[in-house]
Write a protein that binds this ligand. Structure first.
Ligand SMILES: Nc1nc2c(c(=O)[nH]1)N(C=O)[C@@H](CNc1ccc(C(=O)N[C@@H](CCC(=O)O)C(=O)O)cc1)CN2
Ligand SMILES: Nc1ncnc2c1ncn2[C@@H]1O[C@H](COP(=O)(O)OP(=O)(O)OP(=O)(O)O)[C@@H](O)[C@H]1O
Length: 199
């Protein structure tokens, strides 16, 4: 795909600098809306292959892909399908997932991210995880809070996980740290970039 504009920065080896670079690059993608439309399609098709009935998603911030329109369509007409959004626990630094539906009453969390107001919590069977960057084999770079890793370390049973990112976020040399829980799949606007067990 030809980019109308590219920052063309050499990805920094310093993770906190790399996070800032990738976030700035994502916000500067002039074709982000077109990429989002492609990723909606990729996600909808991928979900057809999935057996899970409950999905933990996220309210998009900082130029993240918005998965909610695709999820709303996934849930439409299926009484047993549930969508949840994360609610942060400030003490445990873990996320719990609370039912969301279009028009659901929302309130802001400590980071100013909207979260469902007073809806039921549940354990999602599938987690859609926003990525600032990603590497081979399901390695994920987030905002550095460690919320998803702590949540995944505590969730039992462990949900299946799919990272969502635009393809610019691929950093070939990115390696996981010992606490990093690798993702099971990674979807971008170009398709299923990687999936565990599929060569
Ligand atoms: N859309 C969305 N919702 C989400 C997450 C996410 O990655 N995306 N989270 C995934 O964990 C949790 C929120 N985690 C967050 C962690 C850090 C920052 C943040 O703005 N950090 C500052 C730096 C703060 C610091 O260094 O102290 C920044 O990036 O500028 C925001 C959300 C739950 N909800
Ligand atoms: N299971 C865990 N238990 C305790 N601390 C953890 C755990 N997982 C991660 N952390 C802490 O969180 C910090 C940030 O982790 P990391 O750099 O992987 O964040 P991230 O995955 O990029 O961020 P996020 O998940 O919030 O988007 C780590 O330095 C680590 O100390």
């Amino acid at each position: 795909m030809t980019l109308p504009f590219k920052l063309n920065l050499e990805p920094s080896r310093d993770k906190s600098v790399l996070r800032k670079q990738l976030q700035a690059e994502r916000l500067s993608l002039l074709d982000r809306h077109q990429r989002a439309a492609h990723l909606q399609e990729v996600l909808m098709v991928w979900l057809i292959s999935r057996p899970e009935k409950t999905i933990g998603a996220y309210w998009p911030i900082k130029g993240e892909f918005d998965a909610l329109p695709a999820l709303y369509r996934w849930a439409e007409g299926h009484e047993d399908r549930r969508i949840g959004l994360p609610v942060m626990n400030r003490e445990t630094k873990q996320l719990t997932f609370h039912v969301w539906y279009p028009g659901c009453p929302m309130e802001e969390d400590a980071y100013g991210i909207p979260k469902p107001k007073d809806t039921e919590a549940f354990h999602p069977e599938l987690l859609l995880v926003p990525c600032v960057g990603f590497g081979p084999g399901g390695v994920r770079l987030g905002y550095g809070g460690g919320f998803y890793d702590r949540t995944l370390a505590a969730l039992d049973p462990l949900p299946a996980t799919a990272g969502l990112a635009y393809s610019h976020g691929y950093v070939p040399w990115l390696e996981g740290e010992p606490h990093d829980v690798p993702l099971d799949a990674l979807l971008t606007e170009e398709g299923v970039s990687w999936q565990r067990g599929v060569l």
